[in-house]
Unconditional design. Structure first.
Length: 247
């Protein structure tokens, strides 16, 4: 509680300094004003760093819970570190979920290869050398799987559901491992993998998370605004660049 009070106090102090600068307009400022602004910028930077760190952790944890409850699949390939972790994983902590996914995929693939149509698609996939060929093979693969799905092939449904669930679980385990890694080392967790609509849903349904998000935005704006004033003061810059004249 004491830490929260200190942070709020420093945040209010920074606001007073920033708006005080706007109020004095073109009045001359002394060297101590530069020192005060430097202190304010440092205070804002500290608050912003702490809140950004906390927000990244809480948002990621909320999204992990959300995906687990709704059986959503996490798009690990949209975030470079998660993609690398999922693709080149040799971690014992993820070995079980990775092997489960591979086994489920192998069983599904073996069944699909019993269809001559799919065997032809698989052969084309192996020999696809251009992006156009790869796109055509992917389209054919999707069409064939949709045909199996629409024809209510029970074995395909069962194997496909098992493979899909195993893949979702592996991606979830990869993300959770990364989250624990970033949190334990005190680093900001990348959140670019969270879709915008899911992010907005989580913020709209969690008042604490929403407030933290707004605090981060306000601190970023305040930092940017105060930095501009600080640079103008320190380097004696004009308030506004003169308009170029054209003749």
């Amino acid at each position: 509680m004491k830490t929260v009070v200190v942070l709020k106090h420093s945040f209010v102090k920074c606001l007073i300094v920033c708006f005080g600068l706007c109020a004095i307009g073109l009045q001359p400022l002394a060297a101590q004003d530069v020192d005060e602004m430097e202190k304010s910028l440092k205070s804002i930077g500290t608050d912003l760093q702490e809140k950004t760190l906390k927000f990244s952790w809480e948002l990621t944890e909320a999204y992990l819970n959300y995906c687990q409850n709704t059986e959503r699949s996490i798009n690990v390939y949209s975030e470079p570190y998660l993609k690398s972790l999922a693709t080149y994983n040799q971690l014992p902590e993820l070995a079980l979920s990775l092997q489960t996914m591979k086994d489920a995929q192998k069983e599904l693939e073996s069944y699909l290869l019993t269809f001559k149509e799919y065997a032809k698609i698989d052969s084309l996939r192996r020999n696809a050398s251009s992006e156009v060929d790869q796109n055509n093979v992917n389209a054919a693969n999707k069409t064939f799987r949709n045909w199996l799905f629409n024809n209510h092939n029970e074995k395909f449904h069962k194997l496909n559901n098992t493979a899909t669930s195993a893949r979702k679980q592996y991606y979830f385990e990869v993300t959770r491992y990364a989250f624990n890694q970033f949190k334990s080392s005190g680093r900001v967790m990348p959140t670019s993998f969270i879709p915008h609509e899911d992010r907005q849903y989580l913020l709209s349904n969690d008042a604490t998370l929403k407030l933290l998000s707004e605090e981060v935005k306000q601190l970023e704006m305040l930092q940017s605004r105060l930095m501009r004033e600080y640079q103008k003061l320190k380097y004696n810059l004009p308030d506004q660049e003169p308009m170029p004249s054209y003749r």
